[in-house]
Design a protein around this ligand. Structure first.
Ligand SMILES: Nc1ncnc2c1ncn2[C@@H]1O[C@H](COP(=O)(O)OP(=O)(O)O)[C@@H](O)[C@H]1O
Ligand code: SF4
Ligand SMILES: [Mg+2]
Length: 332
């Protein structure tokens, strides 16, 4: 079957204004959180988005979901049978209605659940906002989705504090899925959980994807977590993509020095991995004042004069493998 795009992002920029001090302080600069990023997510696949904290991952997810306004670029949702939809044009009621197609699984299951609502009401809320059906229809739908997320009917009457981190994350997932979305952003959805609970939640997300054909943008700072669920992986650094490839290539044949550095934190399970990872030192640069040329040059052991002066092109180095590094071939 040929791959069909669901989400298409072209030249996306999200710049946050930095204001000067005082009540009437003017704009003194911009945080370039996302600075010209393009990619496609195909129907039914998972794109993993990885990078250190502050690289711009959450901002990419929020821009697609229209939780914030992009500064520039195009965001297209390819509807089945109904043609492409320009997400940035959606406003008011049409945006509110369209939101059922795109949902977010929150980052922190402890902070994101209202402690005064029962689990039933938490999961039902998106349907109630949409005036989706009668109370009975909503109850039936909540029970069905809770069951798919391995919560039982007993759980629905309780309050979220009664649950473990893993169970709370199931509640968050049920709430995200109840409106029947096609596209789901999972933002650090397992980062707060211990390793065995992480594995349970990742398996649940993959089972649900198999059953319902969801398309995921799976965001995490941990490459080993991303690799477990992703069809392809994009690596982000200071607002830009530096590498993008099928997961296996990212893991076994990474071409960007930053990707190699991220991999140095991942335990080696396969001796056929042919590269020398190195440890990252220093801090991620401030996106309000990004380095000249290649944004990674301040931390890259291979940086030379060209890297400092010239921003590397985003280019296909191998089939379906894109990288932004002047010296990717030489470095192997
Ligand atoms: N609303 C905002 N206003 C100003 N700066 C922001 C805002 N949201 C995020 N940023 C900045 O944008 C950069 C990217 O943030 P984010 O997308 O949250 O990164 P990540 O999810 O990769 O950790 C960071 O430097 C962050 O401080
Ligand atoms: S372009 Fe230069 S500084 Fe940037 S990653 Fe490649 S070698 Fe390192
Ligand atoms: Mg984030």
């Amino acid at each position: 079957m040929t791959a069909q795009p669901l989400i298409e992002v072209q030249n996306l920029k999200v710049h946050f204004p930095v204001r000067g001090k005082g009540l009437f302080g003017g704009v003194s600069g911009y945080v370039r959180a996302v600075d010209d990023v393009s990619f496609v997510i195909n129907r039914g696949e998972t794109l993993g988005l990885v990078g250190e904290s502050g690289s711009g991952k959450t901002t990419v997810g929020r821009a697609i979901l229209r939780a914030l306004d992009a500064t520039d670029g195009q965001l297209t949702f390819h509807r089945n049978g109904a043609g492409p939809l320009d997400l940035r044009m959606l406003k008011g009621d049409s945006l509110r209605k369209f939101r059922r197609n795109m949902q977010l699984v929150f980052q922190d299951p402890y902070a994101s659940l209202n402690p005064r609502m029962t689990v039933r009401d938490i999961i039902a809320e998106p349907l109630e906002c949409l005036k989706w059906g009668t109370r009975q229809e909503i109850d039936d739908r909540v029970r069905e989705v809770a069951g798919k997320c391995k919560l039982n009917v007993e759980h629905l009457r309780r309050f979220p504090h009664a649950f473990s981190g893993g169970q709370r994350q199931r509640i968050c997932i049920a709430r995200a899925l109840v409106s029947g979305p096609q596209f789901v952003v999972c933002d650090e959805s397992v980062s707060a959980l211990d390793v065995s609970t992480q594995a349970e939640i990742l398996n649940l997300l993959m089972d649900l994807q198999d059953e319902f054909g969801f398309t995921y943008l799976f965001i995490a700072h941990d490459l080993s977590v991303v690799a477990q669920v992703s069809t392809r992986v994009a690596v982000m650094y200071v607002g830009r993509f530096v590498e993008w490839a099928p997961t296996r290539k990212i893991f076994f044949n990474p071409r960007h020095p930053y990707t190699k550095a991220l991999l140095s934190a991942v335990p080696v399970v396969d001796p056929s991995r042919e590269f020398n990872p190195f440890k990252l030192s220093g801090e991620i640069p401030n996106p309000a004042d990004p380095p000249s040329g290649c944004r990674f040059h301040t931390r890259c052991p291979h940086a030379d004069g060209r890297c400092k002066a010239e921003m590397p092109d985003w280019r296909e180095i191998d089939g379906e493998h894109f990288v932004a590094c002047h010296h990717a071939e030489r470095l192997g």
